[in-house]
Design a protein. Structure first.
Length: 191
């Protein structure tokens, strides 16, 4: 007996088998690449470059502004330091001038005013007949009728001179910082 493929078949041990139709043949289809919009990619690149350019420009502007602020602050600090050094030098000259006046009162002469006598009268500072090298070093020159004091800040020299007959005079400059030069240069009534 001929049976059709679709009729159940007896397997001989009490079970039956129904044949199944073979699956249809598989067709192989080549994968297609996804469709692309050729104008989208360059547009994104341009937008990305613009955003990056704006971000870099903003960052550089911020750094420039911060750098300018720091530079201004540093200039102010340097100016304040210079002003403080100037004030220290002027104070030293005035303090030593008072000590020199005290020494000269006994004899009405500056002849006995020298680094050694000033060191005993006003020990706060160091004294020299050579150039002043800082606001704690006072250059001294004296004669019977004149006194010259000079104190350096490193940038500026502050000169003070006094004459028994002419009074006190002041000057400042950048030349040699000596008491002898103070006697010659100091002619103004104040600094």
């Amino acid at each position: 007996m001929v049976r059709s493929q679709k009729e159940p078949q007896d397997l001989g041990f009490g079970g039956s088998f129904e044949p199944v139709a073979p699956p249809p043949p598989v067709e192989l289809v080549a994968a297609r690449p996804p469709t692309r919009n050729p104008g989208a990619k360059p547009g994104l690149i341009v937008v990305g470059a613009l955003v990056a350019g704006v971000a870099v420009f903003g960052f550089m502007k911020l750094l420039s502004s911060a750098g300018n602020d720091i530079a201004k602050h540093n200039q102010q600090v340097v100016g304040q330091i210079d002003n403080a050094k100037d004030a220290d030098a002027q104070l030293a000259a005035h303090t030593v001038f008072i000590a020199a006046k005290t020494l000269s009162m006994e004899n009405a002469s500056y002849a006995d005013v020298n680094p050694a006598s000033l060191a005993q009268t006003e020990p706060t500072y160091r004294y020299t007949t050579g150039p002043s090298t800082g606001s704690k070093v006072v250059s001294v020159a004296s004669s019977a009728t004149q006194l010259g004091l000079a104190v350096s800040t490193g940038k500026t020299c502050w000169y003070l001179s006094d004459s028994v007959t002419g009074g006190t005079a002041y000057a400042s400059g950048t030349g040699p910082c000596t008491g002898a030069l103070a006697i010659r240069l100091a002619k103004a009534p104040g600094w």
